[in-house]
Design a protein around this ligand. Structure first.
Ligand SMILES: CCS(=O)(=O)c1ccc(CC(=O)Nc2ccc(-c3ccc(CC(C)C)c(C#N)c3)c(C(F)(F)F)c2)cc1
Length: 246
């Protein structure tokens, strides 16, 4: 890999990240004090479990669709087989959504951008998934503490997605080669920013992400058993395809 290739790789991943972010972080920073009123919070808390799950599944699927677009523009992702692309998205898209979501987190009042305003954990009470929501918020806090730049987040997101350790890959060797080039890109960016020490912290974040998404799948299994009709006929097809473990 000549340096020029790595620079080109980083530039295309950063461009893809910017073009596939549902909204620009600077626009949302202006909204960071736009909180839900007591009545609006009450309305969310009055929703039934399956109503709130369906509402969140739709919001999550919106965010996942942008991650699918991001993946398709990563050089090296496109050259993978269809099956390997699906396998990587099945395991990694939720993780990238959570990395992206942490950019829209206000650590001063512990709120995250959701449905057009900034929501605290109490908004999600009717999901009956307090531990998952707490874990999502804690992860966002941890990510904010690293104060990553958009370029660092772009390369980190690509690395979260292109992970050769994922189960059921057809051509693990090819995924490894793409993963290594993205790793080189991330270390190159961190070195250029004089933040080499961030690399091991980012690997720790990846481990937390994996357990977080494991918890999400566990809750989804619980929910699908309890509310099969909602899970099978009211969830967005992409959500079911990516997260339902059938
Ligand atoms: C700036 C562009 S962007 O970064 O792409 C972007 C652009 C828009 C948004 C808004 C957005 O979609 N926020 C949102 C969506 C769903 C959820 C959520 C809801 C419930 C659950 C639990 C599960 C049982 C369904 C989970 C999980 N796991 C996640 C959340 C938040 F995590 F906060 F609860 C926020 C966020 C980023």
């Amino acid at each position: 890999h000549s340096l020029r290739n790595i620079d080109e790789l980083c530039a295309s991943i950063v461009r893809s990240h910017r073009e596939t972010s549902q909204c620009r972080v600077e626009d949302l920073q202006a909204l960071r004090w736009k909180l839900f009123s007591r009545e609006e919070i009450q309305a969310y808390q009055n929703k039934s479990v399956d109503e709130m799950w369906q509402h969140c599944a739709i919001r999550l699927t919106d965010a996942v669709q942008y991650v699918v677009e991001f993946a398709k523009h990563i050089p090296g992702f496109r050259i993978l087989s269809q099956n390997d692309q699906i396998a990587l998205l099945k395991m990694g898209s939720m993780e990238v959504v959570l990395v992206r979501m942490s950019r829209l987190f206000n650590t001063e009042n512990n709120t995250v951008f959701f449905d057009g305003k900034f929501a605290g954990t109490e908004v999600f009470k009717s999901l009956a998934c307090g531990d998952l929501i707490t874990a999502v918020f804690d992860f966002a806090h941890g990510m904010c503490a690293l104060k990553l730049t958009e370029q660092q987040i772009a390369l980190f997101s690509a690395l979260v997605l292109i992970n050769a350790d994922r189960p059921c890959l057809e051509d693990r060797g090819r995924v490894q080669r793409v993963q290594r080039s993205v790793e080189l890109g991330l270390t190159h960016i961190l070195h250029r920013d004089n933040q080499d020490s961030l690399m091991h912290k980012l690997y720790q974040r990846m481990a937390v992400l994996r357990s977080l998404c494991g918890l999400h799948m566990e809750k989804l299994r619980w929910f699908s058993q309890r509310y099969p009709l909602t899970a099978h006929s009211l969830f967005p097809p992409l959500y079911k395809e990516l997260f339902a473990s059938e």
